[in-house]
Design a protein around this ligand. Structure first.
Ligand SMILES: Nc1ncnc2c1ncn2[C@@H]1O[C@H](COP(=O)(O)OP(=O)(O)O)[C@@H](O)[C@H]1O
Ligand SMILES: O=C(O)C1=C[C@@H](OP(=O)(O)O)[C@@H](O)[C@H](O)C1
Ligand SMILES: [Mg+2]
Length: 183
């Protein structure tokens, strides 16, 4: 049996918490803060892929193509989901892979960070490290991805609106949603 922690907020964590959602929804920045709050280790799947490849995500896309990146992403997430309680931020496309999605739904607690397009566009504009947004209008790309992906993200048992507000308020919302999901 793996370790588990019970929190004063009223829920127990006996498996990984996996954040899913579109680019800019806050998986990486909120995931790190959620892990601190819960006293759990944090892993960013994108970072793990970069460390394993010795290249940035943009370089992997450029040199080897998206399919190669997706294969690495699938393998990294399978390695990270080992039964231990932790917080994992996925990249926005990870949950679209059927095998990855089945694994997350079976062995982890999936939390969908759901932000509106205006919020996403504002947030992704702060950095330029996302290859899918490089040569196209971010609003158009994010709207297209939302139409395809949101119905799939909706399979997550926990959904949290990711609003334009301070990070810690969003972490509060995630904690509350996790507690509600176990009531
Ligand atoms: N309440 C909030 N929730 C999430 N991100 C926020 C919030 N407020 C500001 N941000 C900023 O928006 C960006 C979200 O990007 P990131 O965390 O990398 O998302 P993702 O990993 O889902 O693509 C970061 O720069 C983050 O600091
Ligand atoms: O949505 C996607 O397909 C992607 C999202 C990115 O991660 P974030 O969602 O953390 O930005 C990263 O994995 C890659 O650029 C592809
Ligand atoms: Mg991220």
């Amino acid at each position: 049996m793996s370790a588990h922690k019970t929190y004063t907020a009223g829920f127990k964590v006996d498996r990984p918490i996996v954040l899913i959602g579109l680019m800019g929804s806050g998986k990486s920045s909120l995931g790190r803060r959620l892990a601190v709050r819960l006293g759990l280790p944090f892993f960013d799947a994108d970072h793990e892929i970069e460390a394993a490849a010795g290249r940035t995500i943009s370089e992997i896309f450029e040199k080897f193509g998206e399919a190669h990146f997706r294969d690495g992403e699938r393998r990294v997430i399978a390695r990270l989901i080992d039964g231990e309680p932790k917080v994992i931020a996925t990249g926005g496309g990870a949950f679209m892979n059927e095998e990855t999605r089945a694994l997350i739904l079976d062995k982890a607690i999936a939390v969908w960070l759901d932000a509106d397009i205006d919020t996403l566009v504002e947030r992704v504009g702060r950095r330029d490290h996302r290859p899918l947004l490089k040569n196209r209008d971010p609003r158009t790309v994010l709207s297209e991805l939302a139409a395809v992906r949101n119905p799939i993200y909706a399979e997550a048992p926990v959904r949290v609106p990711s609003r334009a507000q301070p990070h810690e308020a969003s972490v509060d919302a995630i904690m509350e949603a996790l507690a509600n999901a176990q009531r």
